[in-house]
Design a protein around this ligand. Structure first.
Ligand code: ZN
Length: 269
């Protein structure tokens, strides 16, 4: 097993996995943008329905006022015609009052009729405005929906390609098990699933590792996972790393008993 080659391939796989996860997130987010526009359209629709209901009520009220007005006109006409039939002063006074009352009622109804007519016209205007707004929002939703459909198809295609590319890394060295573990680490650790060890320090979580463990990472005889952050580790020579390694070995020799075996942290992956 050529460890250097494996680590380099894991690094490439990490890049492809990051692209894959970003695509998956993008695909999940796309319909949400449309949802906001759709919700606005729903609100406008409901508002229109409310306004339409109020408008219909006003139309019925207008019709009723019309009938009441016609009745009032007829009542006044009838009282006026009765004028010709009266004979006494008392009858005259009673009828005169009746005509006056009928005329007042007629005038009052006419006034209400005009107010209601204006209200109905205003409703019509507002409904027309709302219809235009609805049509505009609807065309925006439709345009957005077809844009998102096209974009989704494109992103799904990209995802299928990068998914296939990721899986092409699986072989004797990057086994299905290692691939699955590594995918989870990259996903959970925001794209960083493989990190170097400098001296005794994991460059993923910056915790000092046990010397014996770092020794096996340095030997590169197999894939080692950081016991603290679960990332895959590889040895990287940096300036002063050896000095730090030696200094750390003296400091932490006493702690070796606390070292966590690999199997014990499998569950955090
Ligand atoms: Zn770590």
């Amino acid at each position: 097993m050529n460890e250097a080659a494996v680590f380099s391939r894991l690094n490439q796989l990490q890049n492809d996995l990051s692209i894959r996860f970003a695509l998956e997130e993008e695909i999940a987010r796309l319909p949400r943008d449309l949802k906001v526009k759709q919700e606005l359209l729903d609100t406008i629709n409901l508002d229109y329905i409310d306004e339409h209901t109020r408008s219909e009520v006003a139309k019925v009220e207008l019709k009723n006022l019309g009938y009441q007005y016609e009745d009032a006109v007829q009542a006044r006409d009838k009282s006026e015609r009765n004028m010709e039939l009266i004979t006494t002063q008392r009858e005259f006074e009673a009828l005169e009052k009746e005509i006056k009352d009928a005329a007042a009622k007629e005038q009052s109804l006419l006034k209400q009729l005009h107010v209601k007519e204006k209200q109905v016209q205003e409703f019509e205007m507002r409904l027309t405005e709302k219809e235009e707004l609805m049509a505009l929002q609807k065309s925006e939703v439709d345009a957005e929906a077809s844009k998102i459909d096209a974009l989704l198809a494109e992103k799904q295609q990209e995802l299928a390609e990068v998914g296939a590319r990721c899986e092409s890394y699986i072989d004797d060295e990057i086994t299905p098990d290692l691939y699955a573990k590594f995918s989870n680490i990259v996903k959970n650790k925001k794209g960083k699933g493989i990190v170097p060890v400098h001296g005794l320090v994991c460059q993923g979580c910056h915790i000092i590792l046990p010397v014996q463990f770092v020794n096996s990472v340095r030997d590169g005889k197999g894939v080692e996972f950081c016991p603290y952050c679960s990332r895959i580790l590889y040895w990287e020579d940096v300036e002063g790393a050896d000095e730090k390694f030696i200094a750390g070995r003296v400091d932490s020799e006493a702690d070796l008993g606390d070292f966590v075996e690999e199997g014990e942290f499998d569950d955090v992956l």
